[in-house]
Write a protein that binds this ligand. Sequence first.
Ligand SMILES: *Cc1c(COP(=O)(O)O)cnc(C)c1O
Length: 218
Amino acid sequence: MEAIKRNVARILSELPDGVQLVVAAKTRQPAEILAAVEAGANVQEAERAYRVIGNRAEWHFIGHLQRNKVKKAVELFDMIETVDSVEMASEIDKRCAQIGKVMPVLVEVNSGRENQKSGVFPENVEPLVREISTLHNIRVTGLMTMGPTLANAADLRPYFAETRRIFEKLKEMGLPDVEMRYLSMGMTDSYRVAIEEGASMVRLGSKIFGERAASAGE
Ligand SMILES: *Cc1c(COP(=O)(O)O)cnc(C)c1O
């Protein structure tokens, strides 16, 4: 646990001003996540850890959200980073209306234009953002992207750059009920490149907790 705290402290001290750390906590134990929270990090993980940690952290959903999990997710999470369809947005809106909540979300961009991956293709981001802006219980607060899986992090640069361009364009448009505040890009292998390309939120797992055990599954 001491190593986790040290890692978080070091990362927080190294991140440039204005860049937020999101701890990618999938497969980790509540105690491990708690150590990260105590060192000053925000966290994403599921219900089990939530019961231990509660509102000591802000909770971001960063996985693929299934329709039948939306009801639970809107109760637990403070932000959903992976909205990529009107259907999902409408379901979030509906469930949030039932509990009197307005959910901040990021639209996930499929910057690599890979058919099998989640996220909307770059050219479809603006139409989706416009549609979501008409819903009352969900609010777009930025964009998120993973980019393709590439051996060399530097090769992700063009995908991050394109997502940034879309982000800046939407920001300039100043659409009503849209706040372009967060640009979530970069993981353990790629966050430095992502920050250079304008990320204001990085999602780190292995860099904090160590490599995920293969047996833990994903
Ligand atoms: C697991 C995960 C991360 C963090 O990955 P690491 O390489 O362990 O830092 C970031 N974003 C998403 C969506 C993830 O699922």
